[in-house]
Unconditional design. Structure first.
Length: 132
């Protein structure tokens, strides 16, 4: 099969894995796409990056999704397909919605972790004082 068809099939199967919530399979198939990506035509590479970006959004990999979409837009350039460009922009829109939620979750996790560590340190300090 041609590199273009192979990359399209692999990217599609990665997206299906992400859509079904199988993060590990998505990552495996993403790695396969990236290994075979270079010989494919420019527009096929852009389409694969869009599919991988969509899949990354579905499995919660915001930074990875952004990298794929940025690469797709770079490959498309100014004269790229308007349909593909709008698909990429749609993924960017989904990223914008997920980013604040991800940051809020990370911030609340950081606060909880900081409180837990502080409590442990306080307990250790109390134990040391008691031992003296």
């Amino acid at each position: 099969s041609s590199p273009t068809l192979r990359v399209a099939g692999l990217a599609g199967s990665a997206l299906v894995a992400a859509d079904s919530g199988d993060r590990d399979r998505f990552r495996e198939r993403r790695a396969a796409v990236l290994r075979d990506l270079l010989p494919a035509q420019r527009t096929a590479r852009a389409a694969a990056h869009i599919d991988l970006g969509r899949g990354a959004v579905l499995v919660g990999e915001v930074a990875m999704a952004r990298e794929h979409i940025e690469e797709a837009l770079a490959l498309l350039g100014d004269g790229g397909s308007s349909g593909m460009r709008s698909r990429a922009e749609e993924v960017l829109g989904a990223l914008e919605q997920k980013q604040p939620a991800a940051e809020a979750r990370r911030a609340s996790t950081d606060v909880a972790e900081t409180k837990r560590i502080a409590a442990q340190l306080e307990h250790m300090a109390d134990s040391l004082i008691t031992m003296e």
